[in-house]
Design a protein around this ligand. Structure first.
Ligand SMILES: [Fe+2]
Ligand SMILES: [Fe+2]
Length: 283
């Protein structure tokens, strides 16, 4: 049974009420014209610059992510009137979420282009090249899709937080990363609340689906970006000087603990999982 539309409206409104007050300016909060003259961009290591570049490529695939959400939540005659109304309300969230993710991508792009540490044309070439790749959502099943997305939001938040803590001498990058990881934390909470609502309505039949989603979890773009493995290693190296492993290990352990619970997993155990993940943060 799908989530009653009034519950979705209440959740979406709660998200929008907060996000309407959390908007930040990608232009006014950062002195882009003078960034290239600062010590910060001289001190950043090549590995750190590469990590920001990879983060940009992942965020910048937002047109692809958005296309999939519009495919999955149609409001046209292909669905019933009830589903069209439910999807219309979900799309209030999707539009806002996409705007926030697009601001993340643009913020990273402005940082890279203003830093003087990249070849402008080469960056454009790579953005176009990566942007043209077709993204397919990890699942058309909503419970699974929201589970994947919640974990991706949390992993991204943890990564930005660890990178933030490891680039102490880069105040502009830190200010940008702080904005981003605060947004990612809100995104994670929203998707977690959505799965919890789904569980309240769907109960035990959803448990297996969620378990399958956890087993197959991967970051978005993992199979699309050129040399993703090398880029992922670079990202982890960039966060050195800080025990970046602890937060990811915790996330990994929570996922494994739940996956191990196997067929005995109850709705209650799943609820614990979706309550624990949003609360994770780097030590
Ligand atoms: Fe983001
Ligand atoms: Fe996000």
């Amino acid at each position: 049974m799908p989530i009653p539309v009034e519950h979705i409206i209440a959740l979406v409104n709660r998200y929008l009420k907060t996000s309407d007050t959390r908007a930040w300016s990608r232009f006014d909060e950062f002195d882009w014209p003078n960034l290239h003259k600062t010590d910060e961009v001289r001190k950043l290591t090549d590995v750190q610059v590469a990590a920001v570049r990879t983060s940009l490529m992942i965020e910048d695939h937002i047109p692809g992510y958005a296309t999939e959400y519009f495919r999955l939540f149609p409001v046209d005659a292909s669905v019933s009137r009830e589903d069209a109304w439910r999807n219309r309300n979900i799309l209030h969230f999707v539009f806002q979420w996409c705007a926030e993710e697009d601001r993340h991508a643009h913020g990273f792009e402005l940082y890279m282009r203003s830093s003087g540490r990249v070849d402008q044309e080469d960056l454009t070439r790579e953005m176009v090249h990566e942007g043209m790749k077709k993204y397919t959502a990890p699942s058309d099943n909503f419970s699974m899709l929201f589970t994947y997305t919640m974990l991706q939001e949390k992993a991204t938040q943890l990564y930005y937080q660890t990178l933030y803590q490891s680039v102490e001498e880069a105040p502009v990058l830190r200010a940008l990363l702080k904005r981003l990881f605060q947004d990612e934390a809100r995104h994670c909470s929203y998707f977690s609340d959505l799965v919890l609502l789904d569980l309240k309505t769907g109960g035990d039949v959803l448990v297996e689906k969620i378990k399958t989603a956890l087993d197959a979890f991967a970051m978005p773009m993992a199979d699309l970006l050129d040399n993703y493995k090398r880029q992922a290693i670079t990202m982890i190296r960039a966060a050195k000087g800080y025990d970046h492993r602890s937060a990811f290990t915790q996330l990994d352990e929570i996922i494994k603990r739940y996956a191990r619970a196997g067929s005995q997993s109850s709705t209650y155990a799943v609820e614990d999982f979706f309550t624990a993940v949003p609360n994770l943060s780097p030590a």
